[in-house]
Write a protein that binds this ligand. Structure first.
Ligand SMILES: [Zn+2]
Length: 92
């Protein structure tokens, strides 16, 4: 999908609609300490792999992205729930 780099939306700090700048939130570093990393180590073994049996290769076709909205009036940023999209672009 394409998204404008700046658009007017609700700012929870100003409590009304303001111009916002869109920032893509970078994915956090994987340090291998999460339970999902240990689960993924079991991939490739025989038998039913639970949720990994549904998608061969493991990864889902779309990635969830997080977008941060920075209010240009007060300078504060707020997050909204991430959504799934195959490709994400910011347009001017
Ligand atoms: Zn604001």
């Amino acid at each position: 999908m394409k998204m404008p780099g700046k658009f007017k939306t609700y700012c929870p700090f100003c409590k009304n609609h303001q111009m916002h700048e869109v920032e893509k939130v970078k994915k956090g570093k994987r340090n291998g300490l999460h339970w999902i990393d240990r689960q993924k180590d079991h991939r490739g073994k025989v038998g039913n792999m639970g949720k990994y049996s549904k998608v061969p290769g493991g990864d889902k076709p779309t990635k969830k992205i997080n977008v941060r909205y920075r209010c240009l009036t007060c300078g504060k940023a707020h997050l909204r729930k991430g959504f799934r999209v195959a490709k994400f672009e910011l347009t001017e």
